[in-house]
Design a protein around this ligand. Structure first.
Ligand code: URA
Length: 228
C-alpha cells in the first residue's frame, strides 16, 4: 500500500498521523565559527559601564538615603581632574557635582584659570550624599574608592586638584591639616596633585581668597611645566 492511501485510511479511522517534515523545512543553525558569542554582543565602553555601576551601586548604606548618585561631569579626556569631598543636598537632587553656591565659586575659580566646567572633569571622593552632609565614613570612602580609581585610569589627567581638606587627606592618605598640604606639588601615582581650598570654605572666609589664588597659580605652573 502506498503512503498516501495508507494516510487516507488512517484519516478515515480518525487517527492523527504526525508526518515528519523534510530536513529542508527545519530551520538551519548557522555554521559554527570561531567567533566568541561575546563578540556578537555590542560592547559597552568602559566609561559607560562605570557610570552604570555607580548609578546602581549598593556597596554601602548611603544608597539607602541618596536621591541620585553623583558620578561627575565634564570631559572624560580632560587634562584637569578636580576631586571634591562628597555631594551635598543640591548635588544629590541634581546628580551633578558642585552645583550649589560653592559650585558657582568653583566655576569662577576655573574661569580665572582660563578653564571651563566642560573642559575639566569634576567628581568627588564619594558618589552619594552623606546624611546631613556629615563627613564621609572610612568604609564609605573604601567602598567608593574603586570607582574613583577607574575614573583616574580612564581620564589619565595631567593634574589633579584636591578640593578641600577631606579630599586632600583622603587622596594623600594623611591626617595633616590643610595648611600643611597646600602650597606644594604632591604626587599621586605619578600624577601631580595640588591641594586647593574648598570653595565652601572660601565663601565663609573671603580673606583667604588671595591664598586660594596662589594655589591655582601653583596648579597652572605645574601643568605648564609638565607640557614643556
Ligand atoms: N562639596 C563637594 O565637596 N562636592 C560637591 O559636589 C559639592 C560640594
Amino acid at each position: 500500500m502506498d503512503d498516501s492511501l495508507r494516510l487516507q485510511y488512517l484519516d478515515a479511522m480518525g487517527i492523527d498521523v504526525w508526518v515528519s517534515r523534510m530536513p529542508s523545512e527545519i530551520p538551519q543553525l548557522p555554521a559554527a565559527t570561531d567567533t566568541p558569542i561575546s563578540n556578537a554582543i555590542p560592547q559597552i565602553p568602559p566609561w559607560d559601564l562605570l557610570q552604570l555601576d555607580v548609578a546602581n551601586c549598593t556597596k554601602c548604606t548611603l544608597c539607602e538615603t541618596r536621591t541620585r548618585t553623583v558620578f561627575g561631569t565634564g570631559n572624560k579626556n580632560a587634562d584637569w581632574l578636580l576631586i571634591g569631598e562628597a555631594p551635598g543636598q543640591h548635588e544629590d537632587e541634581q546628580g551633578k557635582p558642585f552645583v550649589g553656591n560653592a559650585g558657582q565659586l568653583l566655576t569662577e575659580m576655573l574661569r580665572a584659570m582660563g578653564l571651563s566646567r566642560e573642559t575639566v572633569f569634576i567628581t568627588n571622593i564619594i558618589k552619594c550624599r552623606p546624611p546631613r552632609n556629615r563627613d564621609p565614613h572610612v568604609d564609605e570612602v573604601q567602598s567608593c574608592n574603586a570607582y574613583l580609581q577607574q575614573q583616574l585610569a580612564i581620564i589619565q589627567p595631567k593634574i589633579i586638584l584636591a578640593v578641600g581638606r577631606i579630599a586632600a587627606q583622603t587622596l594623600l592618605n594623611t591626617d595633616m591639616p590643610l595648611a600643611g598640604l597646600r602650597g606644594k606639588v604632591h604626587n599621586l601615582n605619578n600624577t601631580p596633585l595640588v591641594v586647593v581650598y574648598h570653595p565652601a570654605y572660601l565663601l565663609r572666609s573671603l580673606s583667604e581668597k588671595r591664598k586660594a589664588w596662589q594655589d591655582l597659580q601653583l596648579a597652572m605652573q605645574t601643568i605648564k611645566k609638565s607640557e614643556d
